[in-house]
Design a protein around this ligand. Structure first.
Ligand code: PLP
Length: 297
């Protein structure tokens, strides 16, 4: 038997068949909801978008609980646990500590408390930065233990970003220096192609050895070599001047960066390499022009 897989999806195509034992689907409200349950025999219902979370509030893409959210079922539309449903799932956080989870659970209990003891499990979703330096694990353990005791349910969590938090370095090279009132370094890294969150979020990646503008003696605008005018990483400063060939290391690039990059205008993707404990570099994947072309035709 497969172990339960909690899967989140807004809609399924007819061709989908899943050899898994437990589903967790973001179910839209209304008739579509019932249709989906029948089609895939979902075993859980998602309560999503139920309370304003306090994530990076400007980051609308990463804010699950926002006005007019397309996710989940509202409390007023879920008076009882539908037949065949064995779990409840919520996901309303983004990069949060366990104090926010605790506040969120208070709302869940208030809104869905009557349903919680009718299910076998509750999935607390993602957005929980359990590997972050400030994360209070003890409080999380207490929260989970109390919740399990109170409702006699299993508890699942599905942190994503936390798994690769602060892992992965994107090594970039200065290709050219340009001056237009300010100093601009043109890199072989493109936010649009390699770090889309810079343009979507907004988000500014950390650079190892670099700082905020004017924090160090030499301030530069770092930008891409693509044709897109706004393909700009941001302004940073460095103890040493940058020049053609300087290397820049962006940190925390393993998680969402790795899954959201693309071949915009044929800009090459960086190779993926492992730096071993003995300081050897082993290249595990390289991308070439044919990878780009293969996606176009
Ligand atoms: C339902 C669900 N669970 C977990 C995650 C992972 O979230 P994070 O990477 O912020 O921990 C997401 C991300 O969108 C999600 O939609």
């Amino acid at each position: 038997m497969c172990s339960p897989l909690h899967m989140t999806i807004m809609s399924l195509r007819n061709c989908c068949r899943f050899p898994i034992t437990s589903y967790s689907i973001h179910l839209p409200n209304g008739n579509g909801c019932a249709r989906l349950w029948r089609r895939i025999e979902a075993r859980s219902v998602v309560v999503f978008g139920l309370t304003p979370s306090t994530p990076r509030s400007q980051w609308i893409c990463g804010t699950p609980a926002q006005e007019y959210s397309r996710f989940g079922v509202k409390a007023e539309d879920l008076k009882s646990v539908p037949e065949g449903i064995e779990g409840l799932h919520f996901h309303a956080l983004c990069e949060q500590n366990s104090d926010t989870l605790e506040r969120l659970l208070a709302v869940i209990k208030k809104k869905f408390g009557n349903l919680l003891s009718q299910v076998k499990w509750v999935n607390f979703g993602g957005g929980q930065l359990i590997t972050g330096p400030e994360y209070d694990i003890d409080r999380l353990c207490r929260i989970i233990a109390d919740f399990r005791r109170e409702y006699a349910v299993d508890v699942y969590m599905e942190p994503g970003q936390a798994v690769g938090f602060n892992a992965g370095i994107l090594l970039s090279t200065v290709l050219e220096m340009v001056r237009n009132e300010i100093e601009i370094a043109i890199l072989d890294t493109s936010p649009f192609a390699h770090i889309p969150d810079i343009l979507n979020a907004p988000y500014k990646p950390d650079i190892i050895g670099g700082g905020k503008p004017n924090q160090f003696k030499n301030t530069y605008r770092l930008a891409s070599r693509s044709c897109l005018s706004g393909d700009i990483i941001g302004d940073y400063s460095f103890p040493q001047p940058l020049h053609r060939g300087s290397r820049i290391m962006f940190s925390d690039m393993a998680s969402y960066c790795a899954v959201s990059n693309n071949f915009f205008n044929g800009i090459p993707l960086p190779a993926i390499a492992i730096l071993t404990k003995s300081n050897d570099v082993r290249i595990v994947r390289q991308f070439g022009y044919m990878d780009y072309e293969a996606r176009l035709s």
